[in-house]
Design a protein around this ligand. Structure first.
Ligand SMILES: Cc1cc2nc3c(=O)[nH]c(=O)nc-3n(C[C@H](O)[C@H](O)[C@H](O)COP(=O)(O)OP(=O)(O)OC[C@H]3O[C@@H](n4cnc5c(N)ncnc54)[C@H](O)[C@@H]3O)c2cc1C
Length: 398
């Protein structure tokens, strides 16, 4: 679908690009060499003007600096490149909607534009930019912050939502299942993920997939794997308890089943969460394409939710489930033995090994799990016939 022309303050993206095809690319290259210093100074300028914002953002700004630079860099390269600016507009809009959780409003964007402009000029060196370059940088920073601000303003959903923890299950040493009830039912689609903040760690937002489809009672479920040294995931494993109030920001995600093509779902570890949500949603209807879920874990005892998957597969003839485990035996310290009875097929290997034995021509492929697994699964899916445009996964970082 053609994306409508984006204008900010009467200027079009193309208009900026037409000033100079090379200017912005050169600026992007110069900034890229000092990206971390550049974004450090942009945020420092913003926080000097608005100290409250410093408290709203997390202590560790590195991921936010990286994200802001990545999107700015993308914009500077995309603006002169072509007429199709849909992707960059979406990325900027998403960032603007996301920044609502830190309390950014109109006047912060004016300051952000000033900080970006000032620091681009300083980083590139004022002597390296002529009057046309300066105009180009000014237009670009207005456009970038204008799109972010516009998206934030036009989002009808509240910037923040809360839900109360009602149940915490710890079926394995490093896996926590958290169930909550939202004060007001949340609008989302099965398969999406949400920016989440737990009360123990204000300012530390992490994306987590919602492991069930939306319902009018506002019930939510999350599957959280504690990663080694993980700040938020370990705190959830150790401290989350009924009564905690979690905060949620922007809801994202394009994971969905489209049309009647057969679907292969690939879930590594808690990548099962969005797939389970989609399957639960689909199970409401009998008219579904064939679905093959391949769910993997390190060892049999690390597989989880097997009972729920068994029930889903038993009652939905369109669904087939294969579980795979890298190891045949559990490590000696694993306190939960693998279930003794198995109805689902269990194979040895990784989910990527399992994919390599399939024929994915003409299929939709949905993938969720740790970033390295997603990368490997995408590459393998393509080698066994999946078209790149039909492979969907969440961003590797968010
Ligand atoms: C779109 C999306 C959806 C997600 N959904 C879920 C979900 O449903 N359930 C879930 O448990 N997690 C999910 N995650 C991962 C989650 O957002 C956090 O990244 C993860 O919980 C680690 O956060 P932390 O604060 O504990 O670790 P941090 O303190 O941020 O990082 C500590 C260390 O752990 C490493 N690390 C970070 N993530 C992982 C990982 N996935 N595997 C191994 N090492 C890692 C870091 O590189 C770092 O070295 C999702 C991530 C994305 C991008």
């Amino acid at each position: 679908m053609p994306v409508p022309k984006q204008t900010v303050d009467g200027r079009e993206l193309n208009e900026v690009g037409s000033h100079s095809r090379h200017g912005l690319l050169e600026v992007a290259d110069l900034l890229g060499a000092q990206s971390d210093e550049f974004t450090k100074r942009v945020f420092a300028r913003l926080f000097v003007q608005f100290p409250d914002l410093r408290d709203a953002f997390p202590a560790n700004m590195q991921p936010h600096r990286k994200e802001l630079f990545m999107i700015l860099d993308h914009a500077m390269r995309a603006i002169p490149a072509s007429d199709d600016h849909g992707e960059v507009i979406e990325l900027l809009g998403q960032l603007g909607r996301d920044y609502r959780k830190f309390g950014l409003v109109d006047w912060h964007y004016e300051a952000l534009q000033g900080a970006m402009y000032g620091e681009i000029v300083r980083t590139c060196g004022p002597d390296n930019l002529d009057a046309a370059d300066l105009a180009l940088v000014e237009h670009t920073t207005h456009l970038v912050t204008g799109i972010m601000r516009g998206a934030a303003q036009s989002d009808p959903t509240p910037a923040l939502r809360t839900a109360r923890v009602i149940e915490v299950l710890r079926p394995q040493r490093d896996l926590t299942i958290v169930r909550l009830v939202a004060g007001r039912s949340m609008l989302f689609r099965a398969g999406q993920y949400v920016e989440t903040q737990i009360p123990q760690l204000p300012g530390s937002w992490r994306p987590f997939s919602i492991a069930m489809p939306p319902n009018t009672a506002g019930h939510l479920e999350f599957h959280i794997r504690a990663v080694p040294g993980g700040w938020v995931s370990r705190t959830i494993a150790q401290e989350t308890a009924p009564g905690d109030v979690w905060q949620f920001g922007q809801i994202h995600g394009q994971m969905r089943v489209d049309g009647n093509r057969p679907v292969t779902m690939v879930a590594g570890g808690t990548g099962l969460a969005p797939m389970k949500s989609l399957l639960m949603q689909m199970s409401i209807s009998s008219d579904n394409p064939r679905v093959h879920l391949v769910a993997g874990a390190k060892s049999p005892g690390a597989l989880y939710d097997s009972d729920a998957l068994t029930a889903l597969a038993a009652t939905n003839p369109w669904l087939r489930v294969t579980q795979v485990t890298e190891e045949r035996e559990d490590p000696w310290w694993m306190d939960r033995p693998a279930p003794s009875h198995r109805i689902l097929t269990v194979r040895q290997g990784t989910v990527v090994d399992a994919l390599s034995g399939l024929d994915l021509r003409g299929q939709q492929v949905l993938i969720a799990g740790p970033p390295d697994m997603i990368r490997a699964a995408v590459a393998t899916a393509e080698t066994v016939g999946a078209k790149p445009g039909r492979i969907v996964h969440d961003p590797l970082t968010a």
